[in-house]
Design a protein around this ligand. Structure first.
Ligand code: CDP
Length: 210
């Protein structure tokens, strides 16, 4: 069983993915973390928009890099979306993600991956595809609250701008742009809390497993 979860920034994919992984006992891969790690490594070596630097960072990626300090921060998010627009970087990272999806670690019988192109490119054969979205205002509020809870300084208008710029870049890129797969179930979570989104997802998954 492979579950693919896609959607724009701060839509609640991470929370839903963790809940589903636990409930269905699936191996979880947050593919955003991979791009964030490559982005941060590229920043350390210069400019993340420089393809040579970004490709080198992708090729030298190690699982330990997913724990680099600051990986959940906004610098990592911004540099992730810059390296993610470079086709050769995506090519390098594609195999790793497919291998994880089809041969989940830790003896798990299935996997769940979240990102931007899981249902469209990484696992077009996934049985279950969900596209989680929410209005820009709601997503800004969620990310702002998350940053505050982590004790990071944040200005709401800057958070909104960061999310908006990143979404626009993710939607506009030529390779693997952010978009729902034709067979994805779209859930707009603007008016729902995390448990309500989980219930909607679970209902959909049950209907697909029959
Ligand atoms: O947590 P948040 O929704 O803010 O972002 P993320 O999932 O950690 O992803 C960070 C960035 O990585 C995104 O804005 C994309 O540019 C890129 N990404 C991607 O291109 N493809 C993926 N499968 C996952 C992330």
């Amino acid at each position: 069983m492979i579950i693919a979860i896609d959607g724009p920034a701060a839509a609640g994919k991470g929370t839903l993915t963790r809940k589903l992984a636990k409930y269905y006992n699936l191996a979880l891969l947050d593919t955003g973390l991979i791009y964030r790690a490559v982005g941060l490594k590229a920043v350390l070596n210069g400019d993340p928009s420089d393809s040579e630097i970004a490709i080198q960072a992708a090729k030298s990626l190690d699982l330990a890099d997913l724990k680099i300090h600051g990986i959940r921060g906004e610098l990592a998010a911004k540099s992730a979306s810059l390296v993610a627009a470079i086709p050769a970087v995506r090519d390098v990272l594609l195999e790793f993600q497919r291998e994880f999806a089809h041969n989940p670690p830790d003896g798990k019988l299935g996997s769940i991956l979240d990102g931007r192109d899981i249902g469209t490119v990484v696992c077009p054969d996934a049985k279950i595809k969900l596209f989680i979205t929410a209005s820009l205002e709601v997503r800004t509020d969620r990310r702002y609250k998350e940053l505050q809870e982590r004790g990071e300084e944040a200005i709401r208008s800057a958070v909104l701008n960061d999310i908006k710029t990143r979404d626009e870049r993710d939607i506009a890129r030529a390779l693997s742009p952010l978009k729902p797969a034709g067979d994805a179930k779209i859930i707009d979570s603007s008016d729902f809390n995390a448990s309500e989104v989980f219930s909607l997802a679970q209902e959909f998954i049950s209907s697909q497993m029959k």
